[in-house]
Design a protein around this ligand. Structure first.
Ligand code: GLA
Length: 375
């Protein structure tokens, strides 16, 4: 792209991906989640370019870019461009202060691996433009407008977790976020002598493809049925097992399973927070396995590859627990592995995975890291 010849960034934003320790699909059900930002990130270099409305965005990592005009923002057929366009569209509903800019992206965050590269891109851009054009947006506003951009431009009716974790992460902590009140607490996480190891199934899901939105609809359907007897209920957050069981006869069995998973998963988040506070790593590991069982059998957002890796880990006494992390249908499994056993575990898992699926497994350690920042 021509603009690169004169590109001199005025600011650089580091925008991290995230893992979710536990609490999957609970965010849009107004429940609890326990995510954190990680060191893998997208770097956005930005400069004003003097134009009123023409902007350039170029990804060095993927060697692709595009030009856009702030006056004619519309959805693109190219998926990743919609993360940018959606954020610009949402910002334009709040302020008219943005002018022409150039942006160069670099990333070590694998896409489609359930580590929220999309949220990192959205929030990183919002963060950068907020500074570059003095927009006066708060962190929460940037989180929320990025989430809405995903609804309107990408088509995934996602919850708030990914954007929140990317912006608000804190090194050495996970975030206990109440997705109803948006109150949050940083919980210190000390797993020593264990480490968090991610195994990337390399199976890519497309959340925008109907399954994610279907799960959200199924949960809403369950809430509607429960509301017939309990009109005050607004979301699954307010539903107990007893209330759910009372509604069971009127419920499609699939809807019942979805709701049942969410109610149990919310409890697991609170139990995990307690286990971390008490450094009860055995319980933490068991909670991961219980969560994966629900993800796979009740919420049905796992896949053969993730199930295989989680099952494989169960044979290894040096792994305390494992589950698929993120939206589902692949991405990464999160494993709590003894530091001295990491290499052996990864080698054995890679070998077994290749034998079963003929896919080269990717493995890496992650540590809770700080949220979006300037460098
Ligand atoms: C995706 C969504 C999040 C959340 C997770 C599942 O990552 O973007 O809002 O719903 O799936 O927990």
């Amino acid at each position: 792209m021509e603009f690169l010849k004169t590109f001199t960034p005025e600011l650089t934003v580091e925008s991290p991906g995230r893992i979710n320790l536990i609490g999957e699909h609970t965010d849009y059900n107004m429940g609890y989640v326990l995510p954190t930002a990680i060191e893998k990130k997208i770097i956005l270099k930005l400069q004003k370019n003097g134009s009123d409305s023409v902007c350039h965005v170029y990804s060095e990592t993927y060697d692709t870019g595009f030009e856009l005009d702030l006056n004619t923002i519309a959805r693109s057929d190219v998926e990743w461009e919609n993360y940018i366009l959606g954020v610009l569209s949402e910002i334009s509903l709040r302020t008219d202060k943005v002018r022409g800019f150039d942006c160069v992206l670099q990333s070590d965050l694998p896409t489609g691996s359930g580590l929220s590269s999309s949220a990192a891109l959205e929030c990183g851009l919002a963060f950068g433009l907020n500074e570059l054009f003095d927009l006066g947006l708060s962190n929460l506003e940037m989180v929320q407008l990025s989430q809405t951009a995903e609804h309107t431009y990408v088509g995934t009716q996602c919850g708030i977790m990914d954007q929140f974790a990317s912006v608000m992460g804190k090194s050495g902590h996970v975030i206990l976020l109440d997705c109803e009140s948006l109150e949050y607490d940083y919980i210190p996480i000390d797993l020593h002598p264990y480490k968090i190891i991610l195994l990337n199934t390399k199976v890519s899901h497309n959340l925008a493809s109907s399954e994610y939105n279907t799960r959200k609809r199924e949960c809403a359907e369950g809430v509607e049925i429960i509301r017939r007897k309990h009109p005050k209920v607004k979301s699954l957050r307010n539903v107990t097992e007893e209330m759910l069981n009372a509604g069971k006869p009127e419920m499609d069995p699939t809807v019942f399973n979805r709701c049942s998973f969410i109610i149990a998963e919310n409890k697991r988040v609170l139990e995990m927070a307690k286990a971390l506070r008490q450094k009860d790593l055995l319980s933490a590991g068991q909670l991961l396995y219980a969560a994966h069982h629900g993800i796979s059998k009740l919420y049905e957002v796992s896949c053969a590859e993730s199930d295989f890796l989680v099952e494989f880990s169960k044979d290894n006494p040096d792994v305390l627990g494992a589950r698929q992390t993120g939206g589902g249908f692949g991405g990464c499994t999160l494993n709590i592995v003894h530091k001295d056993a990491v290499d052996d575990f990864v080698n054995a898992a890679s070998k077994a995975y290749r034998k079963k699926f003929d896919i080269h497994l990717e493995a890496f350690e992650v540590e809770p890291a700080g949220g979006t920042s300037f460098s």
